[in-house]
Design a protein around this ligand. Structure first.
Ligand SMILES: Cc1ncc(COP(=O)(O)O)c(C=O)c1O
Length: 389
């Protein structure tokens, strides 16, 4: 009998549409507003620290769960920013990006039959993460214009098989920021059903209009059942450095560290040294980061509204889930294809954030983590849209 070459779980998901659109952007010389990566430099202090580390021969494996100084710096940052007293010796794991962090968390807690609740639309990776870990995803819709969940629908998703709920806050792709009250509601359900809350807080510093980031793990009674996933990519504009973090109580961290060791051994050692500098940047760095993104949001949203896209301004993160209905189209993939080929702007078709693709057909996602010149050039190209449709 012929054995199938490819594992069944590998054939349950496709290539990443987001990363695929980046490749299309290069091919068509389009402005890449698909993949969420800044086109402006990282802070000089980080670059200097990384160079110093390499010149100083920090070239060998760091401790598998993260260089000591970086874990200390992450703990200091968590204390002032998240209000969490995290022990760097037993409650922090450094991973290869938050991408590995999320996968390691799921691989470490999922048993056959376990369900994981995801809000839908969801960050593209969570579905393959569930498939790889062997979890059964259960979706709770969040709906425009504000992309919040209905509490009854959320409550109805919890049951005896629920192992974890994954919540991205601030949210990619919707730009929603969950309030303390909304997080409290999720937390109450987690406590009631003995469920772990895995929060992807990679955009923890990118919130607008005076909103404050609330960590799920800091809510009453939640530390013991919370897994906080984060990393350097978005806060320090270094998506290519691949340094992520998991904050979790010791009983979970022990399992995460073992899993992480066999998945990747560790994140790049010299970049972890630079990470220790990053997490200790003064607080005004973070204020400037949020203010800079708010200005970009305002600039780019205005341009998108003028062209005719439909959406409410995002509250956090750096994405716009834009309605394409006004252009008289209902096929996001064809529309995104036309945008990248004919208009010269790469986006992500909305359906890639939904399991039921039909729910995402009337959206494309733009990212705005770009220099003003880049956003203006994208806007200039997008203004041609009306003529073509
Ligand atoms: C919600 C979310 N989580 C995780 C990631 C990946 O982060 P990292 O670079 O830390 O792997 C992204 C990147 O776009 C993201 O939007």
């Amino acid at each position: 009998m012929q054995h199938p070459l490819i594992a069944a779980k590998a054939s349950r998901f496709t290539d990443s549409v987001i990363r695929g659109m980046s490749i299309e952007a290069r091919r068509h010389n389009a402005v890449n507003l698909a993949q969420g990566m800044p086109d402006f430099p990282a802070p000089q202090a980080l670059k200097d620290a990384a160079c110093r580390a390499i010149q100083g021969d920090v070239n060998q494996y760091a401790i598998t769960w993260g260089a000591h100084d970086l874990r200390e710096a992450v703990a200091e940052h968590a204390a002032w920013h998240l209000g969490l007293a995290v022990d760097p010796e037993s409650e922090i794991t450094v991973t290869c990006g938050s991408t590995e962090a999320m996968l390691v968390a799921l691989l470490s807690i999922i048993n056959p039959g376990d369900e994981v609740i995801l809000t839908q639309p969801f960050y593209e990776n969570y579905w393959p993460d569930c498939m790889i870990a062997g979890a059964t995803p259960r979706f709770v819709p969040v709906r425009p214009p504000d992309w919040k969940f209905d509490l009854d629908e959320l409550a109805a998703a919890f049951n005896d098989r629920t192992k974890a709920v994954v919540l991205c806050n601030p949210n990619n792709p919707t730009g929603a920021v969950f309030t303390r009250a909304e997080l409290e509601a999720v937390a109450a359900l987690c406590r009631k059903w003995d469920v772990i809350a895995i929060t992807d807080e990679i955009y923890e510093h990118i919130l607008f209009d005076g909103r404050e980031h609330v960590a799920m793990a800091a809510l009453d009674g939640m530390w013991e059942r919370s897994v906080t996933v984060g990393g350097m990519s978005k806060t320090y504009s270094v998506t290519g450095w691949r340094v992520g973090t998991i904050l979790a109580p010791p009983h979970l961290t022990k399992a995460f560290r073992q899993m992480h060791d066999f998945v990747s051994i560790g994140a790049a050692a010299p970049l972890q040294e630079a990470g220790a500098v990053a997490y200790r940047l003064p607080r005004d760095y973070y204020d400037a980061l949020a203010a800079g993104y708010q200005a970009r949001r305002d600039r780019f949203c205005k341009a998108l509204w003028e062209v005719g896209f439909e959406f409410e301004a995002p509250q956090g993160a750096y994405y716009v889930m834009a309605g394409i209905g006004p252009f008289g189209v209902d096929d996001d993939v064809a529309f995104a294809d036309k945008l990248v080929r004919e208009i010269g702007v790469a986006t992500v078709p909305g359906s890639s954030f939904f399991r039921d693709k039909s729910l995402g057909r009337s959206y494309v996602r733009f990212c705005f983590c770009k220099r003003d010149e880049t956003l203006d050039e994208a806007a200039r190209r997008l203004r041609k849209l009306r003529v073509l449709t």
